[in-house]
Ligand binder design. Structure first.
Ligand code: PSU
Ligand code: MN
Length: 303
C-alpha cells in the first residue's frame, strides 16, 4: 500500500504471525560509530534480539526505498557510510523522491516502524532540546515524533550535550510518558543518572508492556519513552563527562556548527576526547537497550 516501503521477508512473516519485532536505527551505525566496529555492533545487536525471541528490523533508506529490516549488503552500506545522509522526518520525502541513501534517526526510524506495524524500538540516546535551545530553538524532531507516532523507544536517556531538564519539560508538554526501567532518575547516556526524575519507575519489562497496551486501548496517539540506564559496570562518572562536554560545546561554538550537524559534531568530539572508553560504554548501553526492548516486545505479544 505504501509505494516506498520495503519490509524484509523475515520481518513481514513475524508481523503476520504476531511474533515480537524490534526496530533498530541506522544513524547510530552511519554517524555514531566508526567503521568497521559498527559492522560488528550491528551483527551483535541483531543476534541479541534474536536470542531474546524477537525479530530485529534495522531501518534505513536505500536508493530512496524505506527499508524495514536490512539485508547484509544494506547493513554494510550503512556501516561504510559513504554518501549516506542523516535522515530525520523532514528529509524522508526528499530521499524517497531522489533515490538517495540515508541513515534514519530516532524520529524517522519511528516513522518507518509505525508504517510496518512495529511498536517497540531500541536505540542508544535520543535527540532533545539543545543547551541554549531557548534561544537557538534547536529541538530535535525526535521529541515531536514521540508525541505523535505510536512506537515505544527504549533509550539510555539523553547525552549531557543536551539540556536534559528542558528535554523532559518538552516531553511533558507534548504528553509523552517517560518511564524509567528500574530507575527513578532519567539516565544520561554514559551516566546512570541525570539528576532529573522520570514519571514512573517500572520494575519489569512486562509492566512496560502493560502501559503500552493501556495507551493503545485508550486510543491515545503517540509513543512512550523508556529510560534504561547503562549497566553499572560500564557507567562513566558524571563530573568527568560534564568536563568533556564543556570542551565539546566550546569547540562547536568556535567552529560555528549548528542545525543538523551539531549532534554528529558533538558526538565525534566527545568520542575523540574520551578515547575508547566511551565507545565501549556506547556499545554496552545500546545492547542493554535492545535486550530491554526485546523483552518488552515479547511481553506485549502475550497480552
Ligand atoms: N544521540 C546520541 N547518539 C546518536 C544520536 C543522538 O547519543 O546517534 C542520533 C540519533 O539518531 C538521534 C539523532 O535521533 O542523533 C538526533 O539528531 P538531531 O538532534 O539532529 O535531531
Ligand atoms: Mn537539531
Amino acid at each position: 500500500m505504501n509505494p516506498y516501503l520495503d519490509i524484509k521477508e523475515e520481518v513481514k512473516a513475524a508481523l503476520a504471525e504476531g511474533k515480537p519485532v524490534v526496530a533498530l536505527e541506522s544513524t547510530i551505525l552511519s554517524h555514531g560509530m566508526p567503521y568497521p566496529e559498527n559492522v560488528d555492533f550491528a551483527h551483535r545487536v541483531e543476534k541479541l534480539v534474536r536470542d531474546e525471541g524477537a525479530v530485529p528490523a534495522t531501518c534505513a533508506i536505500v536508493g530512496g526505498r524505506l527499508k524495514v529490516g536490512l539485508e547484509e549488503q544494506e547493513l554494510q552500506l550503512m556501516c561504510e557510510a559513504k554518501d549516506v545522509g542523516k535522515v530525520s522526518r523532514r528529509d524522508v520525502p526528499v530521499y524517497c523522491a531522489l533515490g538517495k541513501n540515508g541513515a534514519t534517526t530516532v524520529a524517522s526510524t519511528m516513522i518507518l516502524a509505525a508504517m510496518a506495524g512495529i511498536r517497540v524500538f531500541a536505540t542508544g540516546g535520543i535527540g532533545g532540546v539543545h543547551r541554549g535551545g531557548e534561544d537557538s530553538m534547536d529541538i530535535s524532531a525526535d521529541l515531536q515524533e514521540l508525541a505523535h507516532t505510536p512506537v515505544t523507544v527504549v533509550c539510555a536517556g539523553a547525552k549531557q550535550i543536551l539540556d536534559i531538564g528542558r528535554t523532559l519539560e518538552y516531553l511533558e508538554t507534548m504528553g509523552v510518558p517517560v518511564i524509567g526501567h528500574n530507575t527513578d532518575d532519567f539516565p544520561a547516556f554514559y551516566c546512570r543518572k541525570s539528576g532529573f526524575g522520570v514519571d514512573y519507575n517500572a520494575k519489569t519489562e512486562a509492566e512496560i508492556a502493560k502501559i503500552i497496551k493501556a495507551q493503545r486501548d485508550l486510543g491515545f496517539s503517540g509513543g512512550i519513552l523508556v529510560g534504561n540506564p547503562v549497566p553499572e559496570e560500564y557507567g562513566l562518572d558524571n563530573a568527568y563527562m560534564e568536563g568533556i562536554i564543556d570542551v565539546a560545546l566550546k569547540a562547536a561554538d568556535e567552529a560555528g556548527v549548528h542545525g543538523k550537524n551539531i549532534t554528529p559534531f558533538l558526538l565525534a568530539k566527545v568520542k575523540e576526547l574520551t578515547g575508547g572508553e566511551s565507545f565501549e560504554t556506547n556499545v554496552m548501553l545500546a545492547l542493554n537497550n535492545a535486550r530491554c526492548a526485546s523483552r518488552i516486545a515479547v511481553a506485549l505479544e502475550k497480552l
